[in-house]
Ligand binder design. Structure first.
Ligand code: AMP
Length: 485
């Protein structure tokens, strides 16, 4: 879900979604699910529950815990089906009207919708609809879906949803709630995750398996790319309404975004990160005394690196968990401060040592620069930075928060320049071949890559209409669009 499609200062969204059907504690379980998905979005949270002809909702800015812990809130969300959403964004659009789930009263009844991902032609559709007189309530890309559902002339809600989704382009995992149905759907490429679970007979849809674990629900299976699941009193029905395309799950979910205790598309995120770390050690060895992760995201990769290199692993940097993610900070100045607030050197394990620092990625370079400085200040003899992903050279338009290209350190600097920038003794990244090996996949086939790795390759599998219209995409992307059309 991306807000403010009119804002040229690109906005960045990641989100978590949850839905449950057929249990008296639907809202309470949704709160639990959203707690587990909090890492996917900390800016806002919302729940819509359906009860006896009425949809009730509670939406709030901020974390799940302070907004959804009171009994009163749960009591006001009665019913045996509910959906929820956690949202993350970095600038603008931080308004209650932009908090999901979105709700709309339509010809065939009410529908609530929660979206993870980002639509790449939302602005285009919105402009067309506004020109014809549509009135939008929010600045979210997701709202175009409700408008398209409203305008569809198909005879059932499910067919109208399909009709709407056939007109949008981009990445989406969606859950929708109607009076009689819970619907879950992934875009044909399956860029964002969605799993099906079961809590004592009540079906669940959630972004990640950790949202099932928290309530003791069973994992049933991943929702397939392009699959639309309809859950109603009769059971679970699977549909495949879109023409099949090459599956392109977001590889960055494994590298950074998903929680390490989640199973995503059949793979453990934690195991994948450890294997990535081991590949990184094989590809970029260096003589050193200690391997130290940049917590938390660098920890599993550092464990893999240490095991492979046989260099001791230590928690040489301690993270303060009560400060939000660095990326949340809205200005560069505060972002710098955030990094200092967040991490502290564990001096005894650093002083006089040759240190290998492992982090999952370098985006703007802020974190690496600060951490290298902190480790040097703590007395490290040498600081070698190892990054558990290829250089992030391209923005994500499919729902991961990356800034515009000009702000990506790797888009504008060579590795040598980046090493100087972060003031490390050495800097090395995993390469694409190592990344695919770590994921247990054959070598990357440029014509049919197994993942969406656009942030590393610039190979965008799904059309970027709004970017092209904005003139920010060059001829290469236009060619790619033509290829995927
Ligand atoms: P930067 O400081 O701008 O180089 O960002 C890199 C740091 O941010 C790394 O420590 C990552 O763990 C973290 N990171 C990378 N990608 C994201 C993202 N999409 N959202 C939030 N944090 C991220």
């Amino acid at each position: 879900m991306q807000t403010n499609p009119f804002d040229d200062d690109k906005l960045h969204e990641e989100c978590g979604i949850f839905g449950i059907f057929g249990t008296s504690d639907a809202a309470a379980n949704t709160v639990l699910g959203l707690h587990a998905l909090q890492h996917r979005g900390q800016e806002a949270a919302g729940i819509v529950a359906y009860n006896e002809g009425r949809f009730n909702s509670h939406r709030a800015l901020g974390h799940v815990a302070p907004n959804f812990s009171s009994e009163k809130v749960i009591r006001e969300l009665p019913g045996d089906s509910a959906i929820g959403h956690v949202r993350y964004s970095t600038s603008g659009g931080t308004l209650l009207r932009n908090v999901q789930p979105i709700y709309a009263d339509l010809e065939l009844g009410g529908i609530a919708l929660a979206h993870n991902g980002n639509l790449t032609n939302a602005r285009h559709i919105r402009d067309e609809l506004v020109a014809k007189g549509s009135i939008f309530q929010s600045t979210m890309d997701t709202e175009v879906i409700t408008h398209l559902v409203a305008l569809s002339r198909k005879t059932t809600v499910v067919d109208r949803v399909v009709d709407a989704l056939k007109q949008v382009e981009g990445a989406y995992a969606l859950v929708a709630l109607t009076p009689k149905k819970l619907i879950g759907v992934r875009d044909p490429w399956g860029v964002r995750p969605l799993v099906l679970g079961n809590l004592k007979g009540a079906p669940i849809l959630a972004s990640e398996t950790c949202a099932l674990d928290i309530m003791g629900a069973d994992f049933v299976r991943d929702v397939e790319p392009g699959e639309l699941i309809v859950i109603d009193a009769e059971g679970i029905h699977s549909h495949h309404p879109f023409p099949p395309v090459q599956r392109r799950f977001c590889i960055f979910e494994y590298i950074y975004f998903a929680r390490p205790d989640s199973q995503v598309e059949g793979l453990s995120v934690y195991e994948s990160r450890k294997r990535i770390g081991a590949e990184l050690a094989r590809l970029n060895p260096v003589d050193a005394d200690v391997v130290i992760p940049v917590p938390d995201s660098g920890v599993p990769a550092a464990i893999g690196y240490a095991a492979e290199s046989k260099i001791p692993f230590e928690l040489g940097i301690i993270r303060n968990h009560y400060v939000g993610r660095t990326f949340i900070e809205p200005t560069d100045q505060i972002r710098h401060l955030g990094v200092k607030l967040k991490h502290n050197a564990n001096r005894a394990y650093i002083e006089g040592k040759r240190v290998i620092l492992v982090d999952d990625s370098i985006v703007r370079g802020t974190t690496s620069t600060k951490i290298v400085e902190m480790v040097r200040d703590a007395g490290a003899k040498e600081v070698h930075m190892r990054i558990a992903s290829p250089p992030t050279t391209h923005s994500c338009f499919y729902g991961v928060d990356t800034p515009e290209r000009g702000k990506l350190l790797a888009a504008t600097h060579t590795i040598e320049e980046m090493t100087k920038f972060i003031k490390a003794d050495s800097l090395a990244f995993l390469d694409m071949a190592g990344l695919y090996r770590a994921m247990g996949k054959p070598a990357r086939d440029p014509l049919k890559p197994a993942f969406c790795d656009a942030c590393f390759s610039g190979d965008y599998p799904i059309g970027l209409t709004d970017e092209v219209n904005r003139g920010t995409r060059g001829p290469r992307q236009l060619t790619l669009l033509a290829e995927t059309a």
